[in-house]
Design a binder for this molecule. Structure first.
Ligand code: FES
Length: 192
């Protein structure tokens, strides 16, 4: 990745303001790399080259260090995703309790797309990921930044229908208490 990282790569004024504020929270500004990546992801929808260079320039760290963080964690999207993106846990606890493949097969049939594809209306996408740390409430998945737990096919269908009807904001960067509000009865649980 070249060094056209420079301050010339800009995002919105709001994103610039957020990253400046994040930098001021830490003695070493590179510690803000994870929340700064969220700011870029919120604005661009996923972390493309521009996002990596923007974070690198703002935190004054090499692009490769930003890329290392972005590629390590599955909550950072490296390619475009739907407005609602399912990350389905496929690790042991979820798999033996009817999650993982069973859930992604359901989503494949429901949306008519393969993993990491996006429905033509831009609404839905899904992928399988490793343990999301909620094994005690398996099977589970994350939709954008909100956990849904103790899933069944019926519950997943109900969640999809409610999202279609209400289009709730499930992004991490919004006010945490508001995340997935109204979906509590469907196994919704906040990321903490
Ligand atoms: S095994 Fe699924 S959350 Fe841990």
């Amino acid at each position: 990745m070249g060094r056209e990282s420079d301050m010339e790569i800009t995002l919105s004024d709001e994103a610039e303001r957020k990253v400046s504020e994040l930098k001021s929270r830490y003695p070493d500004k590179k510690s803000a790399v994870m929340p700064a990546l969220y700011v870029a992801q919120e604005e661009l929808g996923y972390l493309n080259r521009k996002a990596i260079l923007w974070v690198s320039a703002r935190l004054e760290i090499p692009p490769v260090h930003v890329l290392e963080v972005a590629t390590f964690y599955t909550m950072y999207y490296k390619k475009p995703v739907g407005k609602y993106h399912f990350q389905v846990c496929r690790t042991l606890s979820c798999a033996i309790r009817g999650g993982g493949k069973k859930i992604t097969s359901y989503l494949k049939k429901r949306f008519g797309i393969e993993p990491n594809e996006v429905t033509p209306d831009g609404m839905w996408s899904y992928e399988e990921v490793e343990c999301l740390g909620s094994c005690g409430t398996a099977p589970m998945c994350e939709i954008n930044d909100v956990y849904f737990e103790n899933l069944t096919e019926e519950k997943i269908e109900e969640i999809i229908k409610r999202i279609e009807a209400e289009e709730p904001d499930l992004r991490y960067s919004t006010i945490r208490d508001e995340l997935g509000k109204g979906l509590e009865d469907l196994g919704r649980s906040k990321v903490v």
